[in-house]
Design a protein around this ligand. Sequence first.
Ligand code: ADP
Length: 171
Amino acid sequence: MVTIHLIPGDITEQSVDAVVNAANSSLLGGGGVDGAIHRRGGPEILAECRALRASRYGKVLPTGEAVATTAGRLPARWVIHTVGPVWSASEDRSPQLASCYRESLRVARELGARTVAFPAISTGVYGWPLEDGARVALAAVREETERDDAFEEIRFVLFGEGAYDAFTRAL
Ligand code: ADP
């Protein structure tokens, strides 16, 4: 059975099989968790992202999809890059946010990754309210991991007290 852990901290310090990156669709890096992963992981990750980008139609990763690279100097084996939706007050984009978690786990499953660390996707620059982001994240991960024994541990690595509290309440 899978264990879901909530951990306050920095995702770049996690020794897990795969860490998930809240990337942007260019795959060329950005701020927040994306910036931290590339800074700490080194240039190898960006080089692989560039190669993936070059091989993609339109040179973008669509919202809700996920792709993997190696993890460079991070204490993980893979980075799974996924693009969260920007928060909208007028449109319900939670299916796309749920898709980020599901697709990341699908990729992890293909890689044989049994321990996976997630950040709170879309809750930074993309403006998603933490409480709702936490609810969508936990529901999607529960649903996707309950099917079989593919995963041992899913870790939500929460940066800042607000995120940790929101996930704790949602769990
Ligand atoms: P998005 O563009 O999807 O909103 P951000 O990187 O701006 O992505 O933020 C997503 C979440 O990741 C936010 O809750 C932010 O506080 C958090 N975050 C930022 N840096 C880190 C880090 N090093 N480890 C874990 N979470 C982080």
